[in-house]
Ligand binder design. Structure first.
Ligand code: GAF
Length: 415
């Protein structure tokens, strides 16, 4: 029997102490303060954000911590407990797309984007430490960007984030926009914005219904414990990267399909119009356009996006009706659609989902961008250990790396 490995979240005081110690060790003296931001899971609504659609993520208790000190001038010095690269140095005025390698891009990219938006952000030293599993599809990159964003907000007097008791949602949307620009333009990942939005705009005890057409949000109460349920997250340890071209290819196919259908985004196609839209795409002879996806592929990509947005609505309606124990079929259908139509699952994610369902999960699906990363399973609270053990056993039997597990509760945003 293979015992499951659990990944706990740090207590905030522990995370702060860790970055303070790293800061003192590498830079000497005290930082001006510490800030942190969470990773996320997405309950449903995958690959919908860059299509102007709906998604339903929530913030994890696992957070990335930064200790920051203003230095004056234009130079940034960075160190991370997760990296063996030592102290990195970047000159802010020299930052532009393609100029910053590796993890520092997520920090200086945010400073760059805020400067581009007219904010007066200058030099600083920053130490980083995190308990968000890295490369697990749980948004470690967005957690780093958003921790940096709230640090800059406080240190450079931007006045956008509000306070812990009274967060300023409009200001946080502005910070999220800077984080998204950092990720798209400086880190080079063409992601859609869900992760940064929930890390900055989520609320403890709630899932965030994010409408990516207009950036509107609704905080939907999400307390599984009250229903005797829990959300088990399975980090499959299958390598996950959003900068390797597959994610960008999915996004490009959606944009190509929207252009062929004459709509600004696929959000404009609703379930009633789906049949006509698919017929229009299917009649195009493939490959459609230069080096682009063929008609049959576009049909499947569009079918996923449109049906997935409808599944978000179905899921939220069940939450609103206090019937969370009935969301399982929507989760299962989401996974099948991501696996078969959107083709972003993989052997490890499929196995995690199958093993969890076989062990009694009410529903299960991959979460996040896919191509590796994590799956989620809705389980009875008293079955968390049994389901985790069954998944660990299935991975061992298939000769795969041992997965890691955590239990996700809807937690606080960046602060
Ligand atoms: C990744 C991206 F960063 C998000 O923007 C989103 O597209 C997600 O994949 C898929 O839903 O997390």
């Amino acid at each position: 029997m293979t015992a499951p490995v659990w990944v706990g979240a740090w207590e905030p005081a522990d995370g702060e102490a860790r970055v303070r110690a790293l800061f003192a060790d590498r830079f000497g003296g005290e930082p001006d303060g510490t800030w942190s931001a969470p990773g996320r899971v997405n309950l449903i609504g995958e690959h919908t954000d860059y299509n102007g659609g709906l998604c339903l993520p929530f913030a994890l208790p696992h957070r990335t911590y930064v200790a920051v000190r203003r230095t004056g001038g234009d130079t940034v010095r960075l160190v991370s407990a997760q990296e063996s690269t030592g102290v990195r140095e970047v000159v802010l005025s020299e930052v532009a797309p393609g100029t910053v390698d590796g993890w520092p891009a997520y920090v200086v990219g945010v400073a760059w984007a805020l400067r581009e938006a007219g904010h007066d952000v200058g030099g600083f030293e920053v130490a980083v430490d995190s308990c968000v599993p890295y490369g697990a599809g749980l948004s470690s990159s967005a957690a780093l960007e958003c921790a940096a964003a709230v640090a800059f907000d406080a240190l450079f007097g931007l006045g956008l984030a509000g306070t812990g008791d009274a967060p300023d949602d409009a200001g946080r949307a502005t910070l999220a926009a800077a984080c998204i620009r950092a990720e798209n333009e400086i880190a080079g990942a063409s992601t859609g914005g869900m992760d940064q939005s929930v890390s900055l705009r989520g609320r403890a005890g709630h899932a965030l219904l994010l409408d990516c057409r207009d950036g509107g949000v609704r905080h939907v109460p999400f307390d599984l414990a009250a229903h005797g349920l829990a959300l088990l997250v399975i980090d499959t340890k299958a390598e996950h990267a959003l900068v390797d071209g597959q994610y960008a290819a999915r996004r490009a196919a959606c944009e190509q399909a929207a252009a062929l259908l004459g709509v600004p985004t696929l959000r404009e196609i609703d379930a009633d119009g789906l049949g006509d839209a698919l017929a229009t795409l299917a009649h195009g002879t493939g490959p459609v356009g230069d080096g682009s996806a063929d008609a049959e592929v576009l049909v499947r990509r569009v079918r996923h996006v449109v049906t997935e947005i409808a599944r978000v609505e179905e899921f939220v309606a069940l939450l609103d009706a206090d019937r969370v124990e009935e969301v399982g079929p929507a989760m299962d259908a989401s996974h099948a659609s991501l696996r078969d139509d959107y083709e972003v699952s993989c052997r490890e994610l499929d196995l995690a989902v199958e093993a969890a369902l076989e062990a009694g999960a009410l529903g299960a699906r991959m979460t996040g961008g896919g191509f590796g990363g994590s799956a989620i399973a809705l389980v009875r609270a008293d079955a968390v250990d049994t389901v985790a053990a069954a998944v660990a056993q299935a991975f061992a039997a298939a000769d795969l790396h041992a997965p890691a597990f955590l239990v996700a509760t809807a937690s606080a945003p960046a602060a």
